[in-house]
Design a protein around this ligand. Structure first.
Ligand code: FAD
Length: 413
């Protein structure tokens, strides 16, 4: 029995595994090769929703999707990857074991970057992972007990990339709910970023984001970061002290550190470079997808650390790993569109098209598109039907998310 081993079951890994299982089935080779997934938890985390208030809906049990698809999976932490020996070392139930592979798909994703700012590791919260988002949720729920401390109802979000903006827009409403009538007027949310203009890179969306932040009462601190943090607050790079019971760090992502074990070229974000077939350059039998891989998605533009790219990269990586193993032709990935749909909390959302981010939609109609994406589009089929799951894993590129101006069809999705 040959083995396609997939490391990670996020957007890239889950879809790699399903894409590989589908292709083996299509080639009539399911009895000759198995697809096996190693993931740190028993869940497919819809990581993009970690800024939202309801985290219960953000995890899909792996067995719900992988079992009907005939994919074997284990919960374990990958410790080492040896591409010369074609082996991966995994910590599983307190014991280490080695797993051999015939084809390997790297899909271990990325991690929030933590620079060595004093106090950051001890006092900052984040929404990078489900566990991190739960920790923030517990902390916010406990603020009522510290209600009268200075800065109890102040949150400083640092980093105004997409994650920081989405979190900052959610927090005023969430905090006011926790604070209740007695303290709601003390709620303060600040958003700091090193760049001179908040959301500078967001093209046509930038003024919309500024408008939404203003309407939601989020104070912005451009050209500012954190110098040091403690349990009561932070000192900013401009020398100011802010009393804040909550510091949320959203300072950017870097590819999983195990990518350093792969003897292949890496980019500035630590991602291994792959060709249009998702093959890691110069390392036979190894494919990569999602945040740990750097691809040119249309021959010119670099893949973005996003589920928008991670899911199709995964489907193609899995498909091609199976095709390669069975001597079938590989399929090149080509995505000729790029969109950004950013949640702006109760204000709505903003939708941009193209790499230069032309404004396409905003407000509540863009929010309907965002709800469709977060609530439906990026989930795998959950009906246990193998044919549906394989159909969703086919190596094809979806159309861009629809614009739903005037439509009520997914208002509650
Ligand atoms: C709050 C937030 C909002 C976001 N919003 C958007 C958005 O609106 N649109 C968008 O396109 N993208 C968004 N992103 C980015 C998106 O979530 C990532 O780009 C995407 O998750 C990458 O998919 P991936 O499969 O490469 O990595 P991940 O989804 O991170 O999956 C990696 C998997 O590997 C597993 N793993 C890690 N280390 C190990 C190990 N040692 N052993 C075993 N398993 C391991 C993890 O448990 C996980 O299951 C957002 C991210 C965050 C945090």
């Amino acid at each position: 029995m040959q083995r396609i081993l997939v490391l990670g079951a996020g957007f890239a890994g889950l879809w790699s595994a399903l894409g590989a299982a589908r292709e083996l089935d299509e080639l009539g080779a399911a009895a000759r090769a198995e697809v096996m997934v190693v993931n740190a938890t028993g869940y497919h985390s819809i990581r993009v929703r970690n800024y939202e208030a309801d985290l219960d809906v953000t995890r899909v049990p792996l067995g719900e999707v992988l079992d009907p698809a005939g994919v074997r999976w284990i919960v374990g932490a990958v410790q080492d990857i040896d591409t010369a020996a074609r082996e991966v070392e995994v910590q599983e139930n307190g014991a280490r074991r080695k797993l051999r592979y015939d084809r390997l798909v790297l899909a271990l994703g990325s991690r929030l970057v933590h620079p060595p700012i004093p106090g950051l590791a001890d006092y900052a919260f984040d929404v990078d992972t489900y566990e991190g988002a739960r920790r923030l949720e517990r902390h916010l729920a406990g603020l009522a007990e510290r209600a009268d401390e200075p800065g109890a109802w102040t949150v400083l979000v640092v980093g105004a990339g997409l994650t920081g903006i989405e979190l900052a827009c959610e927090l005023p409403g969430r905090l006011r709910k926790i604070a209740g009538a007695a303290h709601a007027d003390k709620v303060r949310v600040l958003l700091a970023d090193r760049s001179a203009v908040i959301a500078q890179a967001m093209g046509g969306a930038q003024p919309v984001i500024a408008q939404a932040l203003g309407a939601l009462g989020v104070e912005t601190l451009p050209g500012t970061s954190v110098l040091e943090a403690d349990a009561q607050g932070v000192r900013l790079t401009d020398g100011r002290r802010i009393e804040a019971a909550t510091l949320a760090w959203c300072g950017g992502m870097r590819a999983h550190p195990l990518m350093e074990k792969i003897p292949a070229p890496r980019d500035a974000l630590g991602r291994v470079q792959v060709d249009e077939f998702m093959r890691v350059q110069g390392v036979p039998g190894v494919f990569a997808a999602g945040d740990c891989a750097h691809a040119l998605v249309d021959g010119a533009h670099e893949s973005v650390m996003s589920c928008q790219h991670g899911r199709p990269m995964g489907r193609y990586a899995g498909h091609n790993a199976a095709a390669d193993l069975m001597g079938a032709p590989l399929l090149p990935l080509r995505i000729d569109w790029y969109t950004t749909i950013l949640d702006l909390g109760p204000w709505g959302a903003v939708y941009t098209e193209g790499w230069d981010r032309k404004l396409a939609d905003q407000g509540q109609s863009a929010k309907r598109t965002k709800r469709l994406i977060n609530g439906q589009r990026i989930y795998p089929p959950r009906n246990g039907n193998r044919a549906d799951i394989y159909a969703a894993a086919a190596p094809v590129i979806q159309a861009p998310p629809p614009m739903l101006a005037g439509s009520a069809e997914v208002a509650d999705a």
